[in-house]
Design a binder for this molecule. Sequence first.
Ligand code: TGC
Ligand code: FAD
Length: 390
Amino acid sequence: KDHFESPDYYNIDDLLTDEHKLIRDSAREWVKRDVSPIIEKAAQDAKFPKSIIKGLSEIGAFGPYIPEEYGGAGLDQISYGLIMQEIERGDSGVRSTASVQSSLVMFPIYAYGTEEQKQKFLPKLATGEYMGSFGLTEPDHGSNPGGMTTNFKDEGDYYLLNGAKLWISNAPFADIAVVWAKNEEGRIHGLIVERGMEGFSTPETHNKWSLRASATGELIFEDVKVPKENLLPGKSGLGAPLSCLDSARYGIAWGAIGAAMDCYDTALRYAKERIQFDKPIAGFQLQQKKLAEMITEITKAQLLALRLGQLKNKGKASSAQISMAKRNNVEMAISIAREARQILGGMGITGEYSIMRHMMNLESVITYEGTHDIHLLITGLDITGISAFK
Ligand code: TGC
Ligand code: FAD
């Protein structure tokens, strides 16, 4: 189980720089050493393993592309993608923690925050001394965040925040939350809400069958007095949170490849070793069909992610291109997890192997950051010019 071999059927490594490979390999090494041995138990116990926070910071997973002057790793978008791929090979929940911290908390503070906010929060978020969460989804507004009702009023010295967010990754333990709420004119703004502010609570959501090693919760605001200096002034409107989602969705497009690689690698090795009817099950055509289709789909997903990374490095990746990659690669990963689980027969349902955990995790990944349906409709809108959302 410890001999993961990264599938690279089209020699995509040749298209990476030495720095990319170094970053990818150190993330891989860390996942093997510090995540793989503990993650199954964390998932079974439904406990976020806080012990990994330091390691996530050390491999550059907190703010990979945030400049070094703010504590980030100052890397390019392909390095960011490769880090997400390696983390999700370990577990989608761990990658979620990194996605939220980097793309949904550090990115908006970096892109839309004041210099004081950047200095105050970014270096501590980069080391994991502060952990963050991102509150967009509400009980009655998931796919349609523009309908949100969480709101704030200008009370002169402070903003008075009321409302509730649901399904928030990292919420139960995060020190700060980037919260999206409407002002009195109905315009959406981002506010940094800090743990300890009166009227702010973060109850945990229990009984999940998916992403069990990631803590999910609510953000509840009851007359929370938010200091005025905690408003992100750089951008308002729905486009502000959606631009953060672009960055996180891009990371997920790479991350899903990691989960798929792990399932494929496990299934391939198992199929070569497992004997039935006096021969390895890898010798049966039905199993070869499954394995051959898996490596084909992984290869296509790798090329899609790499090209998207090149576009992103040039600042030329459109939101719709990111949606296509997130949707395709997560669907690819979940299909591979389902097929791989069958190759392992009964063993596939146990925690002895990672496949069932990946499969259950991916049910969240195909839902959050925009559902599979929503991303299809984003492509539909992009190619027809007509919105099918409303
Ligand atoms: P629409 O009218 O299309 O757009 C409103 C404004 O936003 C602009 N815009 C974007 N800007 C930047 N990036 C994008 N991706 C953008 N998409 C749209 C748009 O140009 C417009 O700007 P302006 O200046 O004209 O006002 O908005 P809509 O209400 O029709 O909704 C569009 C829709 C459905 C695509 C959008 O609301 C959506 O993506 N819904 C899905 C919601 C979602 O993804 N939620 C994710 C919550 S966070 C999360 O799940 C974290 S999981 C944790 C983890 O990663 O581990
Ligand atoms: P709904 O929007 O109610 O959708 C239900 C179904 O209806 C879906 O199949 C959807 O595709 C379909 N549907 C909706 N609208 C349309 C339409 N116009 N046309 C066709 N079909 C449609 N959110 C955050 O803000 N921060 C987080 O950190 C975060 N973490 C999460 C962690 C987990 C584990 C999970 C499960 C979710 C998380 N989310 C987070 C929320 C996530 O983004 C939402 O669950 C997601 O956007 C979908 O919203 P919903 O669950 O309300 O489903």
